[in-house]
Design a protein around this ligand. Structure first.
Ligand code: ADP
Ligand code: MG
Length: 301
């Protein structure tokens, strides 16, 4: 196949590994920075140009779209879809998963376990918002945060009120969530491809910290999943319409709770922790007809 990887930087671990794995399996690979693409919107012959040259016809596209370029990146991906190029993950599914509130609403509609979550714009009654999630301690999250920045544990009701007021004062969008203390500062990253979890790791926060993000000093190790955790992760990815997803789960007293579903999960942490060749599994999936069969929208969503 002729494969295009959409990525801002060809030196990133995930981008490099996907290119390597595809070439090892005999495919041609080109890496394109989506921000350098410009396009015509034309029903009969949509095309994409880079630096004055039209891109050739590709068979498949692997989007690696960072959160900061979701808007333009998904537009470029949509153009590839309109040109009949098979996407690893569809543009609609990526857009859907980038909206945290929409994601949680979709997941809850499918009865997937979630931490009790409240959100508000101008609550007028902050104590009631805190009561909605069961009172303190609770977790307050900035909607646009990543890598654990903007995630605060409020141990008391007073602290929760002050943090919410402060974020509101900054006009930030926030979410208030029940604190799952029994997770013990750990979460589980399930790497889903198609209808399987092909690798999983447990991330454990540093002592005294509740956020397990590797960027916050967390450490990763292999973990054995329960059948319920596996099926929860697969159902979460399916609900979002993602073929490939990183599903983050908290282990609670009431079973697995999904925290977020990531549409461009990184490969470095998971390949290092598990020794599994995740990149190759992604390419083999892309070769199979499962990838194309699950493409329903062809850029129409
Ligand atoms: P980010 O998108 O910035 O990674 P997350 O929502 O994933 O934010 O939260 C970061 C980390 O904080 C999680 O990996 C988890 O370890 C911890 N955490 C988040 N929400 C909760 C919660 N409701 N209860 C317990 N721990 C949580
Ligand atoms: Mg996270």
């Amino acid at each position: 196949m002729n494969i295009v990887i959409m990525s801002r930087n060809s030196n990133l671990y995930s981008t490099r590994r996907l290119k390597e794995a595809a070439e090892e399996r005999g495919h041609q690979v080109r890496i394109v920075d989506p921000l350098t693409c410009y396009m015509n919107i034309n029903m009969t012959s949509p095309s994409i140009h880079v630096k004055g040259v039209e891109l050739p016809k590709f068979d498949a596209v692997i989007p690696r779209i960072g959160a900061s370029i979701t808007f333009y990146g998904t537009a470029v991906l949509r153009q590839f879809e309109m040109m009949g190029v098979k996407p690893l993950n569809e543009s609609v599914a990526i857009t859907r998963s980038r909206d945290k509130l929409r994601s949680l609403q979709l997941l809850s509609r499918k009865n997937i376990g979630l931490p009790i979550t409240g959100f508000a714009n101008k609550p007028m009654n902050i104590p009631d918002l805190i009561d909605m999630v069961g009172g303190a301690p609770c977790v307050i999250k900035l909607l646009e945060g990543t890598q654990g920045i903007g995630v605060v544990l409020a141990e008391t009701r007073k602290a929760a009120e002050s943090v919410i007021e402060a974020f509101m004062g900054l006009k930030a969008n926030i979410m208030v969530q029940e604190y799952i203390s029994e997770a013990g500062g750990a979460d589980i990253r399930c790497f889903v491809i198609g209808d399987k979890v092909i690798a999983a790791m447990k991330r454990q926060a540093l002592a005294g910290e509740f956020r397990s993000n590797l960027h916050r000093g967390g450490s990763a190790s292999i973990v054995k999943l329960t059948p319920e955790e596996r099926s929860t992760a697969v159902r979460a990815a399916k609900t979002m319409g993602l073929n490939v997803a990183g599903v983050d789960i908290l282990r609670s007293m009431h079973g697995p709770l999904v925290m977020e579903v990531n549409s461009s999960p990184g490969l470095e942490g998971i390949e290092t922790a598990t020794g599994i060749n995740v990149a190759e599994k992604i390419i083999t999936f892309l070769e199979s007809d499962k990838a194309s069969k699950s493409t329903k929208t062809k850029g129409t969503g």
